[in-house]
Ligand binder design. Sequence first.
Ligand code: URA
Length: 242
Amino acid sequence: MGEKLMRLDKFLSGQLNISRADAKELIKKRLVTVNGETAKLYDMKINTAADSVCSEGIPFAYREHVYIMLNKPAGVVCATRDRLSDTVLELIPAEMRRKNLFPAGRLDKDTVGFVLITDDGEFAHNMLSPKKHVDKRYFAVLERPARPEDTDLFASGMVIDGMEKCLPAKLEITEDPKEVYITLREGKYHQIKRMAEAAGNKVVYLKRVSIGGLALDESLNEGECREITPEELDLIGLKVGT
Ligand code: URA
């Protein structure tokens, strides 16, 4: 992440998720220090890579973007707002919120599991692009046992609804053949449900368990979230900021 020069009030507003007016108020009340000196000017230039900024005595490290892992429960929608249903953003606690957060990709309302929420549009775009080869792995419970030949069917690049061609997908059948793992590299609308239907079956439960090499933290209960560490972000398999 390169260094950037940024006005102090803008820096505070972005990092603390407060309005520009509230950021100015903190500076006016002499509650902000830059490299140990009380800041006096709203438009003082901050070097995001080198300057140490404290608000009310508490230092914070500059982060250009945030990346949050949410264990999505059923019944909420992957959107930034919705007229009828709760959205995944409403599950983010106030202290983690930032401007411009959005879910990177959509799970159906009844699908549970790993949703990545970020304010980094480029990262989200790359994570979702089939060209970047970031696998999304799901656990599914099917109405009927999967057949051994379904593995080849999924791997062959299925045609769903008679006209939409999917990229090859991986189907792993567990000891209980009604329980399977499916790995996709793309995200067509209701893709797994439609693939199961094309194979003469039906999905009764669906959970996303990993994105790239990063697995859902199973200590998160449904509805809970936490920030993704920089090391974990690397496991997704994309370079941030490139
Ligand atoms: N496939 C589906 O059918 N639904 C999801 O939510 C994700 C993948």
